[in-house]
Design a protein around this ligand. Structure first.
Ligand code: CTP
Ligand code: MG
Length: 250
């Protein structure tokens, strides 16, 4: 931990697990999604820097594609992080959930606040990261950044064949719905328990803590924390980066 001669971080400092082991199938053929570049820099490096921008973050655990651990390690070695931030790289699994669990297993003792952040959300602003950490420190076992929806959402009976009409089953009131982002923040004990006790398919970590019956709360998310999923998202991400460079030489 003190490989650079720094004092050990206190328990108050957060650790972040960054699942980055996905292939990025929806983005189309190419390198694993986290290694594709935005503004010339790999998406993963943007995501790690976004976390390390918070002075409350002392450790970043990157969960790499299982055949890409050495490559990710050398990428991180060649892109400077703040002095206060250490990193670890571990191989990921078949699903996001498994990759997060493998990241959690690599966590050293001493971080009471643990964040989970998608490598595919490279542009989240530091204020969102800090708001999540502060709300966990204030006593919430799980915290998610969330935004109101622009689209109305329908629940359907999914068709067996893609493109076939699907019967609509319900329309939840949009005003009560939120789209949730990462980083999601947790009391370490609650998150570890959730990953140990909850099974079944989930699409985020907070829902596992919900299933334990613990309180999950939202804080305001940010439109720049969107997930790069499809090709058009790359266009948007490049535009956001270009705007930042114009505005503040970022
Ligand atoms: N992820 C992971 N391990 C997996 C699958 C996903 O670590 N086995 C990570 C991705 O690298 C990403 C995050 O989970 O940072 C969110 O997943 P998603 O956006 O779905 O990324 P991919 O799974 O890579 O994309 P796709 O589903 O289009 O293949
Ligand atoms: Mg995926």
């Amino acid at each position: 931990m003190s490989s650079k001669g720094r004092p050990a971080p206190s328990a108050a400092h957060a650790a972040v697990v960054i699942p980055a082991a996905g292939r990025g199938v929806r983005l189309g053929p190419g390198a694993p999604k986290a290694l594709r570049t935005l503004g010339g820099t790999p998406m993963l490096i943007h995501a790690v820097r976004a976390m390390a921008a918070s002075r409350h973050v002392a450790l970043v655990v990157v969960v790499a594609p299982s055949d890409g651990v050495a490559e990710v390690r050398s990428l991180l070695d060649s892109h400077a992080l703040p002095e206060r931030t250490d990193f670890l790289v571990v191989p990921g699994g078949e699903t996001r959930q498994e990759s997060v669990r493998l990241g959690l297993e690599a966590l050293p003792a001493g971080h009471e606040v643990v964040l989970v952040h998608d490598a595919a959300r490279p542009l989240v602003p530091v204020d969102t990261v800090d708001a999540v950490i502060e709300t966990v420190r204030d006593g919430a076992p799980a915290v998610v950044p969330a935004l109101p929806l622009a689209d109305t959402v329908k629940e359907v009976e999914p068709a067996a064949v893609d493109g076939e009409p699907e019967p609509v089953v319900a329309t939840p009131a949009r005003a009560r719905l939120r789209a949730v982002q990462t980083p999601q923040g947790f009391d370490r004990t609650a998150l570890l328990r959730a990953h140990k006790e909850v099974d079944g398919e989930v699409t985020d970590d907070a829902s596992m803590v919900e299933r334990l019956g613990l309180r999950v709360v939202t804080v305001p998310g940010h439109e720049e924390a969107f997930k790069v999923t499809r090709p058009l998202d790359l266009v948007l991400a490049e535009a956001v980066l270009a705007r930042r460079r114009r505005n503040d030489g970022f």
